[in-house]
Design a protein around this ligand. Structure first.
Ligand code: G16
Length: 544
């Protein structure tokens, strides 16, 4: 089969963000846009000849088209084998596992995560390396540099492959294996968790609702919760993946899962509610009368992980992204294990996990995971919660309160201002940055005194690399924090994220309303950054 070399010209906007390249579908549909980016990835890798590539996505609109292009370009570039999820589906954590399990060179994960889908929605392409994790910055920078100089890509003149039949098909010299997206992942979960104990929990009448949000986790959740763990049919709702997510927004937060949240707050509601996002790496955890913030969930999972077989010997350490609350730090201290604070982006956990320095990682953005893969993993978090509930035989609320009694409570919220004019957002951040050196020592309302003010810089202790300007931190003497940064995943204008945190000691008040508890910090943030004044908004677009 003759490899075709097609002439092309660069697009200036192919710079990967927090998690790969995410844009409107209309951007990806421009001539050669997908081809340029995938060829730029392959040009930035060494030794693709004969190697295995994993390809899968969250099933969103354009997934099928992009997969066929990716397969032809991979074959033309010399890959020996491509593993593709049936129907083009692979959750992000399942793709990570397949890469590791098959010693693949890497994988293409096609997803825009929790962003809406459909022709007017978003699409994304991310490259994961051989450890199963998102490519580190040195690779994403090389890909961007290559995309700015690209003048041709390689492809083949072959028909589309049948994505729905399991088994091997030939594309040029490359073998394409269409695999069951669930099987290997479900097998991995059974090595980590006590499925008998969880089966017993469901058999005792424990009721759960899992919202797959018409996204990729539907088939995984039906197979694991209902088929393997014996939860009654109907436990999983919205379990059939749809290219438009049924016109929904597959973001498992209190805005888009409000109905489930409200149900959990009633006496008739189930014992446990959970959800996952478009590509299956995020999670939402709600117990009866208790929403668990992602930061608290990370701390509680880390403190109780030893109750699950996969972590029975304890954990090596915990890593959290900088804006995530410090609740996990207290657990690490008590366990006597390492705690690492990294920039936002799962890719920063990879080296720490590979080096065995940490076992559990988490982010405020609803992501938790462990060293079993190199991505955050929504179903893993739900299963670890179920395993803990099965062993402790307590409700979620009881476990959360018990945790606060032991470690204290980190009140925490995030205020997002979406689709802000990019220039306004950039100027706001720059102006605040300029004020940082003068802030330490300043006293604001309620006697809040600034202890430090900086722009977070990370020095990776494993490979020595540095990443500067990762978010503004203003810390107060009582341990409270204001963090401000620009999102790296939005696709329209800029998204400003304001993170607020206040610590209340173990013997302190744990029953305050979160927004009220953080009210004075919100006002201090407004005094310092003027978000409402400068953007003209009177409230955040989303509060989580
Ligand atoms: C991605 C990254 C996460 C990050 C999140 C939000 O998640 O993998 O590490 O925390 O985006 O990033 P930002 O605050 O820059 O928008 P996902 O689930 O969208 O792939």
């Amino acid at each position: 089969m003759t490899v075709k070399t097609i002439k092309t010209t660069p697009y200036s906007d192919q710079k990967p963000g927090t998690s790969g390249l995410r844009k409107r579908v209309s951007v990806f549909r421009q001539p050669n846009y997908v081809e340029n980016f995938i060829q730029s990835i392959f040009d930035s890798l060494e030794g693709v000849e004969g190697r295995t590539l994993v390809i899968g996505g969250d099933g969103r609109f354009y997934n099928d088209v992009a997969i066929q292009k990716a397969i032809r370009i991979a074959a033309a570039n010399g890959f020996g084998r491509a593993l593709v999820g049936r129907g083009g589906l692979l959750s992000t954590p399942a793709a990570s596992h397949l890469i590791r399990h098959n010693r693949a060179l890497g994988g293409l994960v096609l997803s825009a995560s929790h962003n809406p889908g459909g022709p007017e929605g978003d699409f994304g392409i991310k490259y994961n390396v051989g450890n199963g994790g998102p490519a580190p910055e040195k690779i994403t920078e090389a890909v961007f540099a290559r995309s700015q100089a690209i003048d041709s890509y390689k492809t083949l003149d072959t028909p589309d492959i049948d994505l729905h039949s399991l088994g091997a098909q030939q594309v040029g010299a490359m073998v394409v294996e269409v695999v069951d997206p669930v099987a290997d992942y479900a097998a991995l979960m059974q090595t980590l968790f006590d499925f008998d104990a969880i089966r017993g929990l469901f058999a005792s009448g424990f009721r759960m609702t899992f919202d797959a949000m018409h996204a990729v986790t539907g088939p995984y959740a039906h197979a694991i919760f209902e088929d393997l763990l014996g939860a009654p049919r109907g436990t999983v709702v919205n379990g059939v993946p749809s290219p438009t997510f049924n016109d929904g927004h597959p973001d498992p937060n209190l805005v888009y899962c409000k109905e489930m949240h409200d149900l959990l707050m009633t006496p008739e509601g189930p014992d446990f509610g959970a959800a996952s996002d478009g590509d299956g790496d995020r999670n939402l955890i709600i117990g009866r009368n208790r929403f668990v913030t992602p930061s608290d969930s990370l701390a509680i999972l880390a403190a109780n992980a030893h109750l699950a077989p996969g972590y029975k010997d304890g954990i090596a350490g915990i890593a959290r992204s900088m804006p995530t609350s410090a609740a996990a730090d207290r657990v690490a201290e008590k366990l006597g294990v390492e705690l690492h604070e990294t920039p936002t982006g799962w890719k920063f956990f990879g080296n720490l996990l590979d080096a065995g320095r940490v076992t559990i990682c988490g982010e405020e953005s609803a992501g938790t995971g462990s060293n079993h893969v190199r991505e955050k993993d929504g179903l893993w978090a739900v299963l670890l919660w179920l395993n803990i509930l099965a062993v402790r035989r307590q409700g979620v609320d009881e476990i959360v309160r018990d945790h606060w009694r032991t470690y204290g409570r980190n009140y925490y919220t995030r205020h997002d201002y979406e689709e802000v004019e990019t220039e306004v957002a950039n100027r706001l951040v720059e102006d605040l940055r300029a004020r940082l050196p003068a802030l330490p020592g300043s006293v604001f309302e309620d006697d809040m005194q600034v202890a430090y003010a900086d722009d977070f810089a990370y020095h990776d202790p494993v490979d020595g690399s540095s990443s500067a300007r990762q978010g503004i931190r203003i810390g107060f003497v009582d341990g409270s924090r204001i963090v401000l940064r620009l999102s790296g995943t939005g696709t329209v204008g800029a998204t400003l994220r304001l993170y607020l945190e206040r610590y209340e000691a173990a013997d302190g008040r744990h029953d305050l309303d979160t927004q009220l508890a953080l009210g004075s910090l919100v006002e201090i943030a407004e005094t310092l950054a003027g978000i409402r004044a400068r953007t003209g908004r009177d409230a955040p677009s989303v509060i989580t």
